[in-house]
Design a protein around this ligand. Structure first.
Ligand code: BES
Ligand code: MN
Ligand code: ZN
Length: 499
């Protein structure tokens, strides 16, 4: 998509369709609206003063008009922005996506948005173009007919009186973020016969080549040699060999204090049948998305490589398939993880924590001082938080608070659940150090977290359970249903803030 930085008179933007955000309680005489009111012959004013449009978020009204003079556009979409004082970059992204999808239905080719916020120009441009790019993602990759058509190929962002250079800087960032999110969403949408652990590794290698990341793929022989008995216990029942994907970003000039290094670690279960503790058939197809945490890591690393922050970041993805088989792990098997801890596997469907145990220990061994793991780990988090909040848990309140804060900027909810010694006691095993499940029906999400915590030594650590937020069951005005690319924006903000 072509992006435009518009700093002059908005109604005269060289596009077919205009979109403007109107906030709650605004009049048609407000700055940035009166020009549009004139262009539409007063229709904008009459819509605003009517009951049908109050500027609440989620509202839209389309106005058609006959262009005159230097005005090229012949339609204007009013988008409700809610409370102007509470406008965050995320709201701009939603407005952009809403405009894109509305005008795409009308076969429009070029669109411009005026978000009219007091956020700085580069932030506005970044959020807008990211939202516009994300709005184009569709689930039609494997359709041979009836493909969705993207007619909008030009998207302009207007910030009155801004320096064009500031807008362009934001557009460049937003394109990177939007493309990286769509990259991750495409991975999560891939069917599991296509996206095997090997294919996931291939995609990571390709991204690394394109963006200049260092990439190393550890095969099973290497993982066995390193003592990753926990990860390997999940892979053993699959015909598909596991891959540990390691992506490294090293800044040209580092500003990191005391050799600090952030690691992003992802659960990359390319399909989760449950193994011998087989899942019921109904709804099992959804488990192709069980590699969403891994997709988030690769997508975020792609963006980091292009945004070039001044701190080092390590990405680790455990790509594994969980299958039942004659060789598969049994409930009651005991295995030894890379850090020497022994695990009694009481449920082979609690496999995410088994692969993350070794992946997290590996990240710390590579020098990570802060570890953030992402995983579609538990059904329990969906029961607790639904699709609105990602469950967050960790051993360092500062890190947890920072992630929650970055989430607020990006419209991503993170809701903290407690971890404590009392919970950790509940995964003590009768015959090994720990077991991979807690008491039936009790604090399932926390049990997953305290299990992973056993494999973190000194690093700060946060665990994001994205089982409820990685997939959206319904289309929104700004986005198709399906994979969401959750956490990518928040993690990028976190990395940028730690420079
Ligand atoms: N990938 C699933 C988590 C999941 C379940 C996500 C349902 C979305 C919907 C995970 O591997 C799993 O199976 N977790 C078990 C853990 C249990 C056996 C302790 C679960 O949540 O049921
Ligand atoms: Mn499972
Ligand atoms: Zn799983």
């Amino acid at each position: 998509m072509k992006s435009l930085a518009i700093t002059g008179n908005f109604p005269e933007a060289n596009v077919e369709a205009l979109a403007v955000v109107v906030y709650k309680g605004e009049q048609a005489t407000s700055a940035g609206l009166k020009e549009l009111d004139a262009v539409t012959g007063g229709i904008l004013g009459s819509v605003i003063s009517s009951e049908e449009f109050k500027g609440e978020s989620g509202e839209t009204v389309l106005v058609r008009f006959a262009p005159k003079g230097k005005v090229k556009a012949n339609r204007l979409l009013l988008i409700g922005g809610g409370d102007k004082n509470e406008c965050k970059p995320y709201h701009v992204a939603v407005a952009a996506g809403t405009a894109m999808r509305a005008f795409n239905k009308q076969k429009v080719k070029s669109v411009a948005l005026s978000p009219r916020t007091s956020l700085d120009a580069s932030t506005v441009a970044s959020a807008a173009i990211q939202g516009a790019i994300c709005s184009t993602f569709e689930l039609d990759k494997y359709r041979s007919s009836d493909k969705s058509k993207q007619t909008v190929t030009t998207f302009g962002v207007h910030v009155d009186g801004a320096k064009p250079a500031d807008l362009k800087k934001g557009l460049t960032r937003g394109e990177i973020v939007g493309d990286s999110m769509n990259f991750a969403r495409d991975l999560a949408n891939e069917p599991p016969n296509v996206l095997t652990p090997t294919e996931m590794a291939n995609r990571a290698v390709k991204v690394a080549k394109e963006t200049g990341l260092k990439c190393e793929i550890l095969d099973e022989a290497k993982m066995i040699k390193m003592g990753m008995g926990s990860l390997m216990s999940v892979s053993i029942g699959s015909e598909q060999p596991a891959k540990l994907i390691v992506l490294r970003y090293t800044p040209a000039k580092s500003t990191a204090k005391n050799k600090e290094m952030i690691a992003l670690v992802g659960k990359g279960i390319t399909f989760d049948t449950g193994g011998i503790s087989l899942k019921p058939g109904e709804g099992m197809d959804a488990m192709k998305y069980d590699m969403s945490g891994g997709a988030t890591v690769i997508g975020t690393m792609r963006a980091i490589a292009m945004l070039k922050p001044t701190v080092p970041v390590l990405g680790v993805v455990a790509a594994v398939e969980n299958m039942p088989d004659g060789k598969a792990s049994r409930p009651s098997d005991v295995v030894t993880a890379m850090n020497g801890k022994t695990i009694e596997i009481l449920n082979t469907d609690a496999e995410g924590r088994l692969i993350l145990a070794d992946a997290v220990a590996y990240a710390e061994k590579q020098g990570a001082t802060s570890i953030i793991d992402m995983a579609t780990l538990t059904g329990a988090v969906i029961v607790a938080l639904g699709d609105q909040n990602t469950g967050i848990m960790g051993n360092d309140q500062g890190l947890v608070d920072e992630i929650i804060e970055c989430g607020k900027e990006n419209g991503e909810g993170f809701w903290q659940l407690p971890v404590s010694k009392e919970y950790s006691k509940q995964i003590k095993s009768d015959i090994a150090d720990i077991k991979n499940i807690g008491p039936r029906g009790k604090a399932g999400t926390i049990m997953g977290a305290v299990f992973i915590q056993e494999f973190v030594d000194k690093a700060k650590w946060a665990h994001l359970d994205i089982a409820g937020t990685a997939w959206s069951d319904a289309a929104k005005p700004h986005a198709a249903k399906g994979p969401t690319g959750v956490a990518i924006r928040s993690l990028l903000t976190l990395v940028e803030r730690s420079q």
